[in-house]
Write a protein that binds this ligand. Structure first.
Ligand code: DAH
Length: 363
């Protein structure tokens, strides 16, 4: 008995004194491992008389438990000490510049979203968001595109499996559903832009199944097409960084606007290159119009009291135009060489607001 007590003191002292994880593991193997000292003593139990077994059995089991528990405690303490040591010694000074060769870059789409947000927030718009997995109601029906409407076919929609109520959600085909969500979220006026990802089942040099749009919506009393025209001109002037940008409005059709127009920007096509702001050619860049009274009724607004305009454009497309990027698919190929070439420095802040703008001058 005395021996076991002594053994326990000896082993627990050794455990407490041990200051490496590997040393602790050695102790575990040599004491309670398969051929460890205590395990071998337990085997001896078989040779004892029933009386001896009765006294020694529980004592030996108790000893084994004490050893296992104190090894676990010591292990926890050593691991914590090691972690603290690493946290102290591996501290990173985030105020130091990273080495040039390790620097990441800002993707052109992120840069474009920042620039567009900068331009519109400066003239009083706020940023709105909506889900990418969207309900049919917001993506189509409330936008005056009922079931069986031919415009649904134009959208190459990705449908999700049917819900228990028979409805199918969709990957939003445009950012226009954010118009509906905004108008249902509270009373007018609204002055928002909604940049984000959109999806259509389409892929070639100018189409990818996932692409980006930005939507704009303005609803208030006495809003007219003049406001729409000024906003779009102002946007193009700032975004393309050109003082004299030519813009043309062509009549068009969208179910959610009436009247509707497509906006073309003046450009030249020379030697396979597009240059914005020069030449006599035109390139379509966005769809727009006055919000259809039916859409206003769908969100319980009185069209006699409130009017507004909306427009939507492809962010990928305007990035391609601004920076002369030829193939849309490269945007999403995650090729580091491409990102290095077309990406922006990590701390590059869009500086379009420093240009001299005549805000409100066109009102
Ligand atoms: N949602 C349209 C599309 O994806 C673009 C658009 C056209 C948005 C006219 C608008 C608009 O807000 O008024 O093709």
């Amino acid at each position: 008995m005395e021996d076991l007590q002594q053994l326990e003191t000896e082993i627990t002292t050794a455990i407490t004194a041990c200051d490496t994880l590997s040393g602790l593991e050695e102790l575990r193997v040599s004491e309670v491992g398969k051929k460890g000292r205590v395990s071998l003593m337990m085997r001896e139990l078989g040779k004892m008389t029933p009386e001896e077994k009765k006294t020694f059995g529980p004592k030996l089991n108790g000893l084994k438990t004490v050893i296992i528990d104190s090894i676990a405690d010591r292990k926890g303490a050593l691991e914590l000490a090691e972690l603290n040591h690493r946290l102290q010694s591996e501290r990173i000074d985030i105020t130091l510049p990273t080495p040039a060769e390790n620097q990441g870059s800002i993707h052109p789409i992120t840069q474009v979203i920042d620039e567009v947000a900068e331009i519109f927030t400066e003239i009083g718009f706020s940023i709105a968001e909506g889900p990418e997995i969207e309900e049919d109601f917001y993506n189509f029906t409330a936008l005056n595109i009922p079931a069986e409407h031919p415009a649904r076919q134009m959208h190459d929609t990705f449908y999700l499996p049917e819900n228990s109520d028979g409805n199918r959600k969709v990957l939003r085909t445009h950012t226009s559903p954010v118009q509906i969500r905004t108008m249902l979220s509270g009373p007018p006026p609204y002055r928002i832009i909604a940049p984000g990802r959109t999806y259509r089942c389409d892929s070639d040099a100018t189409h990818t199944p996932m692409f980006h749009q930005v939507e704009a919506l303005v609803i208030d009393k006495n809003i007219h097409m003049g406001h729409l025209k000024w906003c779009i001109e102002e946007f193009c002037r700032k975004f393309f960084e050109l003082d004299n940008v030519k813009i043309r409005f062509r009549p068009s059709y969208f179910p959610f606007t009436e009247p509707s127009a497509e906006v073309d920007i003046g450009c030249s096509f020379k030697n396979g290159e597009i240059r914005i702001g020069e030449g006599d050619d035109w390139l379509e860049i966005m769809g727009c119009g006055m919000v259809n009274p039916r859409v206003l009724e769908n969100v319980n607004l009185d069209p006699n009291e409130y009017q507004g305009f909306a427009f939507g454009l492809g962010l990928d497309r305007i990035s391609m135009l601004k920076w002369g990027i030829p193939d849309l698919r490269d945007f999403f190929a995650a090729d580091l060489r491409w990102l290095k070439h077309y990406g922006f420095a990590a701390l590059d802040i869009p500086s379009l607001s420093t240009q001299n703008t005549n805000i409100g001058g066109g009102k």
